[in-house]
Each structure stands twice: as structure tokens, then as C-alpha cells.
Design a binder for this molecule. Sequence first.
Ligand SMILES: [Zn+2]
Length: 287
Amino acid sequence: MPTAITTCIACSTEAPVVMYGATELCICPTCGLGWLHPMPTNQERAEHYAKQYGLQNDILGNSIQAQMRRWSRLPEQLSLIADIQTLKPAPASVLDVGCDMGNFLDEIRRYGYSVAGVEPSESARSQAHQIGLQVFSSIKELCDDTNTLYDVVTMHHVLEHVDNPVVTLTELHSLMAPGGLLLLRVPDFSCFWSKLFKEKWIWFQPENHSYHFTLRSLLQVVQKAGFEIRKATSQRPNNYRTMKAQMLSSHSFSHSMNVTQSFKRAVSPYYQFVTGIELYILAQKTS
Ligand SMILES: [Zn+2]
């Protein structure tokens, strides 16, 4: 049976159930956190990710799409690596939770970092294994296998997918070294475009996202898990360089696409650039 939760996990306020388009949501009147009502069970969630999420779920549905995605995210990843080099110079250990095929880990290990990942999608995980990355199916499997304490944990557009973000971040806190850094990004449910487009907003995806964070609710969740906030902002992740890289990548692989796919690939960078606002948090384990 799915679980019905009506108390906000961020601030403990009782929230009403409302219809958000065709989706039943609880929206906290105090901190603005939104969550699915009822919440999917862990088994439903696991089956969904095993079957539907990852490489195969895109317009090209094959390895070319995976290559396109890799190259289009590269500028963003290099910028993140530069930030991490400043904050935690190598040698240091990096854990990427929700690492997909491991593209980010593959890049950052070239700079002298030791790396590991967590990824529930079997197809993505097997791609990561093929390039020699250590990637686990869950945080629990990681805990059972290793005693490593990580210096940096990255989690990009992952926390909105989990059963209980406070529990997940608390587990990660226990896996981190003192002074360890958490770099977290999630869609910004309270941004202008989300309010304008409502359930049509690019990142309102109730089939994938169990939680919809506002800045206030995310700060409370991160602090509840034991972290101290170092930086918090609402930003456009798809910056100009990312958009250019997406266009170049589409152009390079255009011979593999039909007209509809080419059109979608040509338009989507602009749409994402304008409306895909996210929250970014840099937090630290201080005790
Ligand atoms: Zn709340």
C-alpha cells in the first residue's frame, strides 16, 4: 500500500491535500514543500527506475543519445570540478549519488580524485561498470561494502526522487568525513516558471519526482540532516556554455536523427535554458 504522509518532513507543519493539475499533492503552508499524496512505496519506486529510467528513456533510445548527453553536460561538469578543486583539492574522495552512467565521476577522476557512485538504474550502472567505475545500486549496498568516508558528496537532481530526503541526507552525512562537502541541486518549485506553468513546468514530473522543493524547505531538510549551509541560491543550470554544447552535440549527431528528433533537439536547449531553474546548496559536515 502507498503511504499517505500529510506532515511536512521539513518543518513538521500539517499540510492539506490539493489537486495540482491531475496530481494529488500536499503543499506545506509554512515552507512550501510539495510532495506526492500518497507517496509511492519503495518497491514501486525501485520497479519504476529499474524499468523506465536511464539511458533507454529518451528520444533516440540508444548509445548515440548517451554520447550526446555526455558531451552536452561537459561544460557544466568542468565548472563543478573547478569549484571542487578550490574547495577540496585532490587527493580526496568523491561520491556521486544518482550518478547515471558515471560521466561526472569519469571526468573528475582524471583530476586525481578517488570516486564512487550510487545509481539504481541497472542499465546506467552497467555502463558505469564498463568504464571501470565503482557504482552501487543503493546507499545501503555502498554501506555494506565499504568503510570509506567521503570528502565530497554530489547529488544532482536526485533528492526529489527519494522516499524521505531527510533520511537519505542523514545516511549520507554518516558516510562523510569531518569537514566533508555536500553539493546539492534540485528543481526550484517556487521559481517564476513553475508558478506560471504549474503542472506543465519542465521539472514538474510526478511520475519521477516525489518531492518539490522551495529554497526554504530545502534549507530546513539539509540542516535537519546535520549539515551547515555554506551557500544557497536559485540558478539557471543550463547556462550559455551548456546551451552551446547541447547545440554542438545535436549538430554533431544530427545524421542519426529523423526530422522530429532534430526539431526537439534544436528547441529543447532554449526551453530548458529559460525555464529550468534549480536550487543549488553547498553544505558542510561540521561534526
Ligand atoms: Zn514545511
